[in-house]
Design a protein around this ligand. Structure first.
Ligand code: ADP
Ligand code: MG
Length: 713
């Protein structure tokens, strides 16, 4: 029987499908309509986009009589009887007798009383599990069970959670098939140009829709998944790329002069050659800066990769052409550290100045934090306003209203994850006519594909190469008391040789209060035991600023041997003489955080060790293993993504009806990059997207405002 085609001309768009209520399908009366609504399906589009959770490959199906004990098998059986009883240790056991005409076995489930409802006598189910023998009877314990009803076909789709809303998975399958048949006459519109599909080896959208619900083979189902995942990623990328291009089109930046004496003198004065990665990043940045379009670029680089040099090159590029540069750090301590570092590197540089008799004057670098007050502050502010200050280093005090620039040309924001979105926005707003170029630096490596989505409206440069001559940090896992003794022994040893050490205290909770208590407790305990006789200092976030500083400067000066600290040392503390770190209860930290912490050692010419202590916790610990096995932040970020499973972008709350149902940042890395490239092609060909109205419309249909906002943050 052929179903009546949906009327109209041309292929059906997703908008067309979204306009069709599911009750237009045969067999959907009031009760089913309500059940479908509870399932999240109101329209034919919702139905077609309710993808199977998995597929059962009946080509692998076995007959009971052919299945061997010990083998993992797929059987399709009918339920003959079910019973529930309580066994030893009050465990509840559900047992079902099932058969397939060739024989019978038992299915045994422990502590799953809901199986009584699922295993209705007379139903057909697919069971997947290991066949075992128990007291002479053949059985499976806790197998995977999927009711498949009267579904035939080689590959049977299983729809998630449908039983919760009184819909069987085969009822959904039946409705989906009916909907697909009704689309046959007109087909489903495909917004991706055919040549791109061919190049990427993707099937057409209608084929994919059919194949994901009714695949001919498992390979077919996987190809369908890939195509539809691509569509999801493409929609996200087009939204991001469009936003990016619109912002660029709406604002004018400064077209910097990128060749000049100043920057060359800076490079010449460096005691080392640039790494290839630094060269590349600087080229990418200066190429951006030369354009009138304002730069908005992310610089990713592991701890120690040499981001500061890139930052300075960016700022000097602005200064060279008569503009000003600003560097913003997340804390006052870091701002001061940057200020003194940059001042010493740039000490002898002179900037062109036609008003001056000699045609140039010394480069003027100032610090501006909340601690710069009184006449000093007035001085700096006046210099920023009249242009006599070339470079300013500060915290977000820099973007307070009172600060006016003569001509702000470039802004570098260090450690982006501590720096709010609004703060960045405020800085951009400060510039009246022309937007300064913005470079955001982060030491938290993000897998490239994740960066393309999380920072999708930014361009990304990566420092994926460490300067030569580093002694790699050895990381060791202290998994028990013996290794912990070795850890403290090594720490005492290094101190005896004049080196210094960090102890990072356990992270108790989100509460800073408890962390402080734990740090104090650890400090007292260690001072009396493992670290007795050493000069030990304590540093935590609740200390008064002045106390923090005096501890830090004592440690920097070598007047303290060991610094016991909370994670406040995570960012930016730079003491090259520190060669040992012990992280206590390391299993409470994430990979990224441990990697950041570890970066506090190995900053000098001495070999360094980072100990990760996990107390008595036994058993495998893949995160600790990862850190022991690699010091490459990008590799660790990839492992982290793998370990965290699906790597979905959206928070759980947003997942439900999210457009990212199939795409996974973990599995689909290559697809993310492809989607981004195609998105640039499409958007750059036509920002208004009038030539690809179908795609533009899909984006407004499927990407909620929430999601778009999330993605562009
Ligand atoms: P990051 O900010 O990325 O953590 P830094 O900019 O602080 O790293 O650089 C870390 C150290 O490496 C500094 O001591 C710096 O002088 C040094 N350094 C930077 N670039 C190079 C290079 N190309 N060759 C050798 N040493 C370098
Ligand atoms: Mg740095």
């Amino acid at each position: 029987m052929t179903a009546p085609a949906l009327s109209g001309d041309g292929p059906l768009t997703l908008r067309d499908l979204a306009a069709l209520d599911v009750d237009r399908l045969r067999g959907v009366g009031d009760a089913r309509r309500r059940a479908l609504a509870d399932y999240g399906v109101d329209t034919v589009l919702d139905l077609l986009m309710s993808y199977p959770r998995r597929w059962i490959d009946r080509t692998n199906q076995m007959r009971i009589s052919d299945a061997e004990i010990g083998a993992e098998v797929l059987l399709v059986v009918e339920i003959r009887s079910v019973e529930e009883r309580t066994v030893r240790n009050r465990r509840r056991m559900v047992t079902a007798r099932v058969g397939d005409g060739s024989g019978q076995i038992s299915l045994v489930f422990f502590n799953q009383p809901w199986r009584m409802r699922q295993l209705e006598v007379g139903r057909s189910v697919a069971v997947h599990g290991r066949l075992e023998e128990f007291r002479g009877f053949r059985q499976m314990t806790n197998p995977l069970v999927d009711p498949i009803g009267d579904r035939t076909g080689r590959i049977v789709p299983i729809y998630p959670q449908s039983e919760k809303v009184r819909l069987s998975t085969w009822e959904i399958a039946g409705l989906v098939e009916q909907a697909l048949r009704r689309c046959d006459a007109r087909g489903i519109a495909d917004p991706v140009p055919e040549e791109q599909l061919r190049r990427l080896g993707l099937m057409s959208r209608f084929e994919a829709m059919r194949a994901i619900h009714t695949p001919e083979s498992m390979a077919d189902a996987q190809s369908a998944r890939r195509r539809l995942a691509f569509d999801e990623l493409l929609r996200v990328q087009v939204a991001l790329v469009r936003r990016k291009r619109e912002l660029e089109a709406a604002s004018r930046g400064v077209d910097h002069v990128i060749e000049g004496e100043l920057i060359n003198r800076f490079f010449d004065a460096l005691p080392f050659p640039l790494t290839g990665a630094q060269r590349r990043a600087i080229d990418e940045i200066t190429a951006d800066m030369a354009l009138t379009r304002p730069m908005h670029r992310l610089l990713q680089g592991d701890v120690g990769a040499g981001k500061t040099v890139v930052a300075i090159a960016t700022l000097l590029t602005a200064v060279q052409g008569g503009h000003q540069g600003a560097l913003m750090a997340p804390t006052e301590v870091l701002a001061e550290q940057h200020h003194s570092g940059i001042t010493s590197v740039l000490a002898d540089l002179r900037v062109p100045d036609t008003a001056n008799l000699f045609g140039d004057r010394p480069l003027r670098i100032e610090l501006l934090t909340n601690r710069v007050t009184g006449s000093d502050r007035r001085d700096v502010l006046a210099g920023l306003a009249d242009g006599s200050v070339d470079l300013v280093v500060g915290t977000h005090a820099l973007i307070q209203d009172a600060v006016g620039f003569a001509s702000l040309g470039a802004v570098v924001v260090d450690e982006q994850h501590r720096f709010g979105v609004e703060q960045r926005a405020a800085l951009r707003d400060k510039a009246s006519a022309r937007l300064p170029d913005v470079l955001v630096m982060t030491a938290t490596p993000i897998p490239r594909t994740a960066a393309m989505t999380v920072y999708g409206d930014l361009d990304v440069s990566v420092l994926d190469e460490l300067p030569p001559g580093r002694t790699p940090i050895v990381t060791r896992w202290a998994a028990g008391p013996l290794e912990e003794q070795a850890m403290w022994a090594q720490m005492r040893d290094e101190v005896a040789q004049g080196r210094q050490a960090y102890v990072v205290c356990p992270l108790i909770t989100e509460s800073e209060h408890l962390d402080v208590a734990s740090a104090e407790e650890t400090y007292e305990r260690l001072s009396l035991s493992e670290l007795a006789g050493l000069r030990v200092g304590l540093l935590h976030g609740r200390m008064a600023q002045a106390d923090k500083e005096s501890v830090m400067s004592a440690f920097r000066a070598g007047d303290l041997d060991v610094l016991v600290a909370t994670t406040v040392i995570e960012v930016g503390v730079d003491v090259p003489n520190a060669t040992v770190m012990a992280v206590l209860d390391a299993d409470r930290f994430g990979i990224a955080q441990l990697h950041q912490l570890r970066g506090r050692v190995g900053r000098g010419r001495y070999a360094s060790t980072c100990w990760l202590a996990t107390g008595d916790s036994d058993g495998p610990n893949p995160r600790i293993d990862a850190l022991v096995g690699s010091t490459d932040g990008f590799e660790l970020a990839e492992i982290d993504l793998d370990l965290r499973g699906e790597g979905t972008l959206m928070s759980t709350a947003q997942k439900g009806r999210s457009d990212l149902r199939l795409a996974s940042l973990r599995r689909d890395r290559e697809l993310v990059a492809e989607a981004r490239a195609v998105a640039f092609d499409i958007v750059d060909a036509d920002l208004s997207m009038s030539a690809n109205a179908v795609l533009a419309d899909e984006i407004s249909l499927l990407l909620s405002a929430d999601e778009e906002e999330f993605l562009t943050k």
